[in-house]
Design a protein around this ligand. Structure first.
Ligand code: PBG
Length: 328
């Protein structure tokens, strides 16, 4: 072995923390983090979510505090989910001008609406008594076109309450076009749509369904959300359709199990791409860490760096405030 062997030594750039920091190819910034928040109608105290340690169903009051804390930490945005006191078959609370989401959005926008972006998830599953994301046919299928009218009404109602970005998550065909037309007709042509374009039917949504109280009462969402093993090209087709319908930004969800899809989407489009690190991804790391099986803080950062590296411009994560504080 010659004295110079090996000439190429990649370890040279890894030796010190200062060196690693300087050559880092993937950086996280608080502004690209989006915090999902749950607000529940009619509760007096915040209600902890068992499967998501550290996450709560908020009261209007505790939501304001959480929103302030996020803004102070420099988080880029919030996305609100509401749990109404009363549910019915058509999800009437979704477009109730005095509904819990509408009230909460108005509160939060008044408080921190200049410091960060206040978005609303637009769907029906939190509002329907059957827990599906739309109106049902007599046979129990989700009726795509009847649901579009409900999404449009909910989106307009959220915009009237002050929502700064509408984020439709229900995977109905044509939902972006229906919402865009309704927003424009109501004078909200300046309100962007962040489309959950690529959304897989995922076991990783389990804990969210406890948080948002929206588990389907029968069946599953396989007939409207994408199949993890679905056709090649399906994700890009969904993205293209949403962009043609007027989406301003698109989302891939969940994140960690779909990093390949995230990269494909990032390389294919010229709009911002968000990724949603969903409830099950959060719960897995929290649960393993609580058992002492992994290093919680390192696992959180490693997962976020992976999502960023795969191409996400924005990351929805339940750790947004905590991580933003650490990055500050
Ligand atoms: C539907 C919606 C879901 C999530 C966000 N929006 C649940 C579902 O499709 O069943 C999941 C988010 C998460 O798991 O963190 N409104």
């Amino acid at each position: 072995m010659s004295a110079q062997f090996p000439v190429a030594r990649p370890r040279r750039l890894r030796r010190t923390a200062a060196m690693r920091r300087m050559v880092s190819g993937t950086r996280l910034h608080p502004a690209e983090l989006v915090l999902p928040l749950f607000v529940k109608e009619g509760i007096g105290e915040p209600n902890p979510i068992g499967s998501m340690p550290g996450v709560f169903q908020h009261t209007r009051d505790s939501l304001r505090k959480a929103a302030h804390e996020a803004a102070e930490a420099g988080v880029g945005g919030l996305i609100l989910f509401g749990v109404p006191a009363v549910k019915d078959a058509r999800g009437s609370a979704a477009d109730d001008p005095d509904g819990i989401v509408q009230q909460a959005v108005a509160d939060v926008v008044a408080d921190v609406g200049d410091a960060l972006v206040v978005m609303t998830d637009t769907c029906l599953d939190e509002f329907t008594d059957h827990g599906h994301c739309g109106i049902l046919t007599p046979g129990g299928e989700v009726d795509n076109d009847a649901t579009l009218e409900r999404y449009a009404a909910a989106a307009v109602s959220q915009a009237r309450a002050g929502s700064q970005v509408i984020a439709p998550s229900g995977m109905m065909d044509g939902q972006v076009a229906a919402i865009r037309a309704a927003l424009d007709a109501d004078g909200f042509e300046q309100i962007p749509i962040l489309a959950y374009s690529v959304k897989y039917a995922s076991a990783f949504y389990g804990p969210f369904r406890e948080a948002a109280e929206c588990a389907p009462q029968f069946g599953d969402r396989d007939a409207y959300q994408q199949d993890a093993a679905g056709p090649a090209g399906e994700a890009l087709r969904e993205v293209r359709l949403d962009l043609d319908e007027g989406a301003d930004a698109v989302m891939v969800k969940p994140a960690l199990a779909y990093l390949d899809i995230l990269r494909q989407v990032r390389d294919a489009v010229d709009v911002p791409v968000a990724a949603y690190q969903v409830s099950g991804e959060y719960a897995m790391i929290e649960a393993a860490a609580a058992n002492g099986w992994i290093d919680r803080d390192r696992a959180i950062m490693e997962s976020l760096v992976a999502i960023r590296r795969a191409g996400a411009d924005m990351i929805l994560t339940y750790w947004a405030t905590e991580v933003a504080k650490k990055l500050q």
